[in-house]
Every structure is written in structure tokens, then in C-alpha cells.
Design a protein around this ligand. Structure first.
Ligand code: MRU
Length: 347
């Protein structure tokens, strides 16, 4: 099932807010539809929002009407700004929009129809390029997975969150296909339950054995020696290996460290932000308090009660056993500038 699909000048997005109960596609005919879908988590996951934003940029070129909107360049700039402002933490969004802007600069003097086609090709290129990288991540990452491993994962890092295969969950999928007989503990991931709704759904479809737990059960599992490794994704990785991921990731990293359990992060290079030295500089998205007050549309606390809702936390690199990227498995000390400064050269 496609998570994102371009057809007849429209972007179709599988609406992730309806899963696992309903599989319905949203039709985006305007870049603002894409921006809204990203901010409402109808499409989510760092690589997937990068890909969606790239299509959103291309869509803007199709939406542009010369007689009403001034210069195309200004219109695309405005669209890119609106797409970028939807979610501040995952750097893939900025990365994809910068790629699109770069392509625009090389074709801007061509006829409008040609510019549109080039931008669409660029968005498709980002989509397919990311997918290829995910397959490499999965190949590298599966070498870290022993036969029969019991893997604890968090949030959703599968096909839904990416260009189509997955990062951490892509590794799980590949390890499963290689006959490694893995088992997965899926932490539900409050407040909006990406683990319970999305990861469980993907594993069920792939027939990979899994067990759902609530987030506060992780410590119990570690004490029972039931976790062989933790494997999850990232929304932004700083040059020193500190990384932001779904709120609650840091709790698992501390638990894993205390229990001497390997803690692996998987992400494509579009998630690495070499402009920032440490995780301190990663902007953390604060979301609607209602996400915490409600579960599945049901109020579970006092209407209007005070709430904190940071969508991500930062885990220091000291707690990370390895980072799996398309370039291979990176072990400490993390000097990502050295490894990725030439980023893009082999894409
Ligand atoms: O708020 P979300 O659902 O977009 O958060 C997603 C995550 O935190 C994922 O773990 C991360 O983006 C990696 S997805 C391959």
C-alpha cells in the first residue's frame, strides 16, 4: 500500500490519523493541503514529511497562476516557508525543501511548464532516492540483529514514516525476511499512539511477531531481561550524535544504558544536521495540549487542565551504541561532520 502517491497532478496521502481502523487517502491539490496534512500528522515521520514537502513544493508550481500571484520565485518561496513552518524538529523537511529550491534555481529560466515538470521529477527523485537509502540502512542494520532477538521499538519508523520501507522498522522487516525470527515489543507511544496504531498495524501486516506494551511497561521488560536491543529512529541528529526523537525516547535510552542493552538509532543522512554541534540546539515542537488530554477522541482528564506536550526529546550521544545510516554502521566516537560533510556526493 502506497503511503504517498502522485497521480494526475495530485498528491495522495494515506491518512495516518485514521489507522489502524480505516485506510483512506487524502487528496492534496494545493500545497496548503500538504502543509495542513503534515501539521495534523496525517502524514508524519521524519523522512515521510520530507518527501511530502518536496511534492508540496512541486504542487505549488502547479498551483501558481501568473496573473494572480506575482513572480513564481516569490510564490515558491512563500510555499516553502509555509511547508517548513509546519513542524520544526525533523530536519528532513528543511533538507527536502532546500533540495527543491536548488533544482528550481537551475531551471528557473525555462518555460513555466518545463519548470513544473523539472520540480515534479525532483520530488519523485527525492522520494525514490530516500527509498533506496532505506534499503541500504536495512541491509546494514540487520547485521546488528542476532537470531531470535527481542527488539524494543518506539513510535513508528516503518513504511508509513518514510519513503516506503522504513528505517528502524525497515531493519526489523529485513531481518525478518532473512529468517532471523525476531520478536518486537511495540511501545504504544503516547500521546498520539504511533506505536499502538501504526507500528502494530505494520507488523501485523508483515506477519512479524510483536507484543504491544504501554510506555510505562518498558522498565519491567528490562528488569525481566526480555529486551535484547532497542532500535528506533530519529528526527534530527546533531554533528556529535545527539539526536531528537519522539518524546519518551530518552527514557528508553537511560533504561537501556542502565541495563547494558544495545541502543541503536537508524536514519538516513537527510536526518543529520551538520549545522548544529549538539542536541541542545535542536528545536523541540510543542503540540496541542488536547493531544495529552484525549485518547482516541475521548477526554481522559479534566477539561482544560494544565498540560505539557513536547513532541520530541533529545538523547545524548553517550547513550547511543551505534547509528545506522546508508553509509554504514557508525560507532562512537561520533564525528558525523567527517563522515557526512561530502553528503550528497553519492546520491
Ligand atoms: O510526530 P511523528 O509521528 O512525526 O514522530 C515520528 C518519530 O519520532 C519517528 O521516530 C522519527 O520521525 C523517525 S521515522 C523513520
Amino acid at each position: 500500500m502506497d503511503v504517498l502517491r502522485w497521480e494526475n497532478r495530485q498528491l495522495f496521502l494515506l491518512d495516518q490519523t485514521l489507522l489502524p481502523h480505516r485506510t483512506e487517502y487524502l487528496t492534496c491539490t494545493h500545497y496548503r493541503d500538504v502543509a495542513k496534512a503534515i501539521s495534523q500528522l496525517q502524514v508524519r515521520g521524519a523522512p515521510a514529511i520530507g518527501v511530502a514537502a518536496a511534492y508540496g513544493y512541486a504542487l505549488a508550481a502547479f498551483n501558481y497562476q501568473e496573473d494572480r500571484e506575482g513572480a513564481l520565485e516569490d510564490y515558491l518561496k512563500k510555499a516553502a516557508r509555509e511547508l517548513l513552518d509546519t513542524r520544526p524538529t525533523a530536519v528532513n523537511l528543511r533538507w527536502a525543501l532546500e533540495q527543491m529550491d536548488r533544482v528550481y534555481r537551475t531551471v528557473k529560466d525555462k518555460a513555466p511548464g518545463e519548470v513544473r515538470e523539472h520540480l515534479l521529477e525532483a520530488a519523485k527523485g527525492i522520494h525514490m532516492g530516500e527509498l533506496k537509502l532505506e534499503e541500504r540502512i536495512a541491509e546494514f542494520g540487520s547485521s546488528l540483529i542476532p537470531k531470535g532477538a527481542r527488539i524494543l521499538t518506539y513510535c513508528n519508523t516503518g513504511a508509513l514514516a518514510t519513503a516506503g520501507w522504513g528505517t528502524a522498522l525497515g531493519i526489523v522487516r529485513t531481518a525478518h525476511l532473512q529468517g532471523k525470527e525476531v520478536e518486537v515489543y511495540v511501545s504504544e507511544t503516547r500521546p498520539v499512539l504511533q506505536g499502538a496504531r501504526l507500528t502494530a498495524w505494520e507488523l501485523q501486516q508483515a506477519e512479524i511477531p510483536y507484543t504491544l506494551i504501554t510506555d510505562n511497561m518498558a522498565g519491567y521488560l528490562f528488569r525481566q531481561n526480555k529486551v535484547d536491543l532497542v532500535l528506533l529512529g530519529a528526527d534530527r541528529i546533531a554533528a556529535n550524535g545527539d539526536f531528537a526523537n519522539k518524546i519518551g525516547t530518552y527514557n528508553l535510552a537511560v533504561l537501556a544504558s542502565f541495563h547494558n542493552c544495545p541502543f541503536y538509532v537508524a536514519a538516513p543522512s537527510s536526518t543529520i544536521d551538520l549545522d548544529i554541534g549538539t542536541g541542545e540546539e535542536i528545536p523541540i515542537e510543542m503540540r496541542d495540549p488536547q493531544e495529552v488530554r484525549m485518547i482516541g477522541g475521548q477526554l481522559v482528564t479534566i477539561e482544560g487542565c494544565p498540560v505539557l506536550n513536547p513532541s520530541f526529546d533529545v538523547t545524548p550521544h553517550q547513550l547511543v551504541s551505534a547509528i545506522v545510516t546508508e553509509k554504514g554502521i557508525i560507532k562512537p566516537p561520533y564525528d558525523l561532520v567527517k563522515i557526512f560533510a561530502e553528503e550528497g556526493a553519492d546520491r
